[in-house]
Design a protein around this ligand. Structure first.
Ligand code: MF3
Ligand code: CO
Length: 249
C-alpha cells in the first residue's frame, strides 16, 4: 500500500529533509584526513537535536548511531567509530535520517577524502549521475521500475555493477514504506507514479562485482571482492510540476 502525500504533508517532509541536506552540506567541510567517523556522527547528531528533530537511524532495529559511515569497500551501514580515522585517498559514504514531527528524511552522499584516484572519481561521478537521471524519471505516469532501469543502464554502461541486495524505498511517516525501489530491472513495470508519491532513491554502485557480504558487527555491508563502492541518496516527491527533491536546500 503506497501512502500518497498531500501538498501540506510534502511541505512537512521537506522540513525534515532540509535538516538532512544541511548535514550533508556540513559534512563537506568535516570530511578530511585525520577525522574519525565518530566525530562526524557527533556533528550530525548535534545539528539534528538543534533543529528539534530526532536521528532516525539511532535505535532502528538496534542500530547504534546517527549516521552510517561506509568507507571504501563498505557499501552501506558502516557504524561510526573513534577507531575509524579517514585517510587521504579514502571515499566515505555518509547516510543520514531524520524524524521531525513524525515525518522522515533520508539522504546520502559519498565524499572524497583529500585527493582520490581517477577510478574512484569516476565511481562517485557515475553513481551521482545515475541518481540524478533516476530522479528525472520521478514524473507522474512513469512506473517505479523506470527508476531502477535508469540506474542500472548508467552504472553498467560505465563498467560498474549495481547492488541488488539493498534497495530504495517509499518514505513518509515511516522511514521505510512501500514501494521498494530497486536499482535495476526492466522499464515499464510496477506501480504508476502520481503526484504525492515520495521515494528515497539510493543507488549503490560497485567498481567490481555486485556481490555483498555483512561483517561480524551484523551491520556493515561490504563488497565481496573488496573493490570500492559508492552510495548516493535523495528523498524526492512526485508533484504536478515534476520531481521535487526534498533533501536539498
Ligand atoms: N538509508 C538507509 C535505508 O534507507 C539507512 C538505514 S540505516 C539504519 O535503509 F541504520 F537505519 F538501518
Ligand atoms: Co534510505
Amino acid at each position: 500500500m503506497i501512502y500518497v502525500k498531500s501538498p501540506d504533508e510534502i511541505k512537512k517532509m521537506k522540513r525534515s529533509n532540509e535538516i538532512v541536506a544541511e548535514i550533508l552540506l556540513e559534512m563537506e567541510k568535516a570530511v578530511r584526513p585525520g577525522v574519525s567517523t565518530a566525530e562526524l556522527d557527533r556533528i550530525a547528531e548535534e545539528i539534528i537535536r538543534k533543529r528539534g528533530a530526532k536521528p532516525a537511524f539511532l535505535g532502528y532495529r538496534g542500530y547504534p548511531a546517527t549516521l552510517c559511515t561506509s568507507v571504501n569497500e563498505q557499501i552501506v551501514h558502516g557504524i561510526p567509530s573513534e577507531d575509524v580515522i579517514l585517510e587521504e585517498g579514502d571515499i566515505v559514504g555518509i547516510d543520514v535520517g531524520t524524524e521531525l514531527e513524525g515525518w522522515f528524511g533520508d539522504a546520502a552522499r559519498t565524499y572524497p577524502v583529500g585527493t582520490i584516484s581517477d577510478e574512484d572519481k569516476k565511481l562517485l561521478e557515475i553513481t551521482e549521475r545515475s541518481l540524478n537521471k533516476a530522479i528525472d524519471k520521478m514524473v507522474a505516469g512513469n512506473r517505479v521500475s523506470d527508476i531502477g532501469h535508469t540506474v542500472q543502464t548508467i552504472a553498467e554502461s560505465n563498467g560498474f555493477s549495481v547492488v541488488r541486495d539493498y534497495t530504495g524505498h517509499g518514505i513518509g511517516r515511516q522511514m521505510h514504506e512501500a514501494p521498494q525501489v530497486l536499482n535495476y530491472g526492466k522499464p515499464g513495470h510496477g506501480p504508476k507514479l502520481q503526484p504525492g508519491i515520495v521515494l528515497a532513491i539510493e543507488p549503490m554502485v560497485n567498481a567490481g562485482g555486485c556481490e555483498t557480504e555483512v561483517l561480524e558487527d551484523d551491520w556493515t555491508v561490504v563488497t565481496a571482492d573488496g573493490k570500492n563502492s559508492a552510495h548516493f541518496e535523495h528523498t524526492i516527491a512526485v508533484t504536478d510540476n515534476g520531481p521535487l527533491i526534498l533533501s536539498k536546500l
